[in-house]
Design a protein around this ligand. Structure first.
Ligand SMILES: Cc1ncc(COP(=O)(O)O)c(C=O)c1O
Ligand SMILES: *[C@@H]1O[C@H](CO)[C@@H](O)[C@H](O)[C@H]1NC(C)=O
Ligand SMILES: *[C@@H]1O[C@H](CO)[C@@H](O)[C@H](O)[C@H]1NC(C)=O
Length: 488
């Protein structure tokens, strides 16, 4: 990734200043606390110091940009509840007013997240029949016929013999990895994998090695070294090696270099684990994700994981793989054995959405949605690039981060867009490296051409105001700027 030199320097300087004055103020605060003897109650501080610092000195100052309450479905337009503060944004209070905004933030790739003529009536029926909760785990009384149908349907859709579903996507990663691998095993994980993968990997007890983001050659190097060395303490061969990647990287909008990565994995007999949270349903001719898009045989991916919280407009996650793998997980995975099963109406929503995608509703709506998300994404991305924004990610990906860099530009971009009725998501550390704050646009099939044009006009105006058109479309001008090259 190329970084504009001046933006990086000023961003680093901003954080140094925030840190410096924050430390002085913290020292002063500590001094006051020391004077106040009543504070010595014998307890250790409940919060970790650094995160506490980050929250107080950075996040809380711009918290109006995050967790904005919404009072509508996450459709192409959403109602953002207006808030006010009487204490410099330390606490925010809701008003009864809403701001109708163009929604460029939700993962509603296929537009299933709002009322749908096929899905919604079926979801309501399932709610009446099964209730919102099974009130039980899968192995007790929590497996309804919907759960069985869903697992069969998901396995068929993603192209694997079997699948297991969970009530949450995050849990699918964080609970499955520890069930698959443990001490003596090796997980080789992409540098930009989602937190749920990182948590699952560290919780598994296996050794974790990170390879440079989306770099098959670095993956090759790590696997070669690790397999030659074996376990660092015992020198024994690794019991099992799993390589974990994502289909579309959620903060980068980039497609995985899956064919090359699979070649490397096969060479070293490492299992591949593919998280398709943002790609399943969203890319590929029939919505079957990156394997379909990049021409990879799903038989070459050992463990396919994905979530239902994006393209399918529901919640939950799945693991798909061989019958043997899924059977094994059913007996061993604690999230399956001890967690309440996915809510039946949520399961019905997924089933119905997949039926629409496959055209089993006897309409061409699914195919239209898939064509629309692709057209919308490619249009929006190319227009943003023409305007001079530094947009990350690949064509066909509905996720498009716009680089902001400076911490002050996070709230500036978010607030100015909101003023013009455009709701955007901005992200900084810890979701991204600290210097690489960005706005993340998620495009939906439910956006009309007018919606997209409005979004582009507003983002262009705000981009000029905030000064984030770092990437002049003219190649001559690009060469004039000083750029740093970054490998994660
Ligand atoms: C790559 C990836 N994996 C897993 C998850 C977790 O899924 P869920 O939000 O459905 O719990 C996310 C969520 O954004 C994600 O981006
Ligand atoms: C001192 O302690 C009391 C009681 O715990 C608290 O209410 C007060 O805010 C503290 N003052 C300072 C300066 O920390
Ligand atoms: C508080 O938030 C509002 C936007 O909601 C913003 O305009 C204002 O500048 C913020 N105030 C401070 C002190 O950061």
């Amino acid at each position: 990734m190329m970084l504009p030199y001046t933006a990086i320097v000023t961003t680093a300087l901003s954080y140094v200043l925030i840190g410096f004055f924050g430390c002085i103020r913290d020292a002063f605060r500590k001094f006051l606390e020391l004077l106040n003897a009543t504070n010595f109650d014998g307890y250790a501080p409940i919060c970790f110091r650094r995160e506490d610092f980050y929250v107080r000195r950075m996040y809380l100052r711009i918290q109006d940009c995050f967790g904005r309450p919404i009072s509508s479905a996450p459709d192409a337009w959403i109602d953002v509840v207006e808030r006010y503060s009487n204490d410099n944004n330390k606490t925010l209070k809701r008003t009864t007013e809403v701001i109708k905004c163009l929604n460029l933030g939700s993962y509603n790739y296929l537009g299933f997240a709002s009322a749908d003529e096929y899905c919604t009536p079926r979801v309501i029926e399932s709610l009446k029949k099964f209730s919102p909760s099974t009130c039980s785990t899968r192995v007790e009384a929590g497996t309804t016929i919907l759960h069985n149908e869903l697992e069969e349907c998901v396995a068929k859709f993603v192209g694997k013999p079997a699948a297991l579903v969970f009530g949450m996507g995050y849990v699918s990663n964080s609970a499955i990895l520890p069930a698959l691998i443990g001490k003596g095993g090796l997980i080789v994980s992409d540098a930009l994998n989602h937190k749920s993968i990182a948590n699952g990997a560290s919780g598994s007890g296996a050794t974790v090695q990170i390879f440079q983001h989306n770099s098959p050659s670095h993956l090759d190097q790590i696997l070669r070294e690790q397999i030659a060395q074996g376990h660092p303490l015992t020198g024994r061969p690794w019991k099992k090696v799993i390589v974990v990647v994502e289909g579309i990287y959620s903060m980068e909008g980039e497609l995985c270099r899956l064919p090359e990565i699979i070649t490397v994995c096969k060479k070293y007999k490492a299992y591949t684990y593919l998280d398709e949270a943002h790609s399943i349903g969203a890319v590929g001719k029939t919505g079957r994700g990156v394997c379909e898009l990049l021409g990879v045989d799903t038989a070459d991916v050992d463990i396919m994981m994905g979530t239902f919280s994006k393209s399918f407009g529901s919640c939950g996650g799945y693991i798909a793989g061989s019958k043997e793998l899924v059977e094994y997980l059913k007996y061993t995975c604690p999230a399956h054995l001890y967690g309440t099963s996915i809510s039946p109406p949520a399961a019905q929503q997924i089933l119905s959405a997949i039926q629409v995608i496959l055209g089993e509703d006897d309409s061409s709506r699914g195919a239209q949605k898939l064509a629309q998300i692709r057209e919308n994404s490619n249009f929006f991305r190319s227009e943003l690039k023409k305007m001079g924004f530094q947009v990350l990610g690949d064509d066909d990906s509905p996720v498009m981060p716009i680089m902001l860099y400076n911490p002050a530009k996070i709230p500036a971009f978010s607030r100015e867009c909101l003023k013009e009725n455009v709701a955007v998501v901005t992200v900084g550390s810890p979701a991204t490296p600290i210097l690489l704050a960005r706005a993340r646009i998620c495009i939906s099939a439910s956006h009309t051409k007018e919606d997209l044009v409005k979004g582009l006009e507003v983002i262009s105006r705000v981009g000029d105001l905030v000064g984030i058109k770092y990437f002049p479309p003219d190649p001559k001008k690009q060469q004039e700027g000083i750029w740093l090259k970054l490998h994660y």
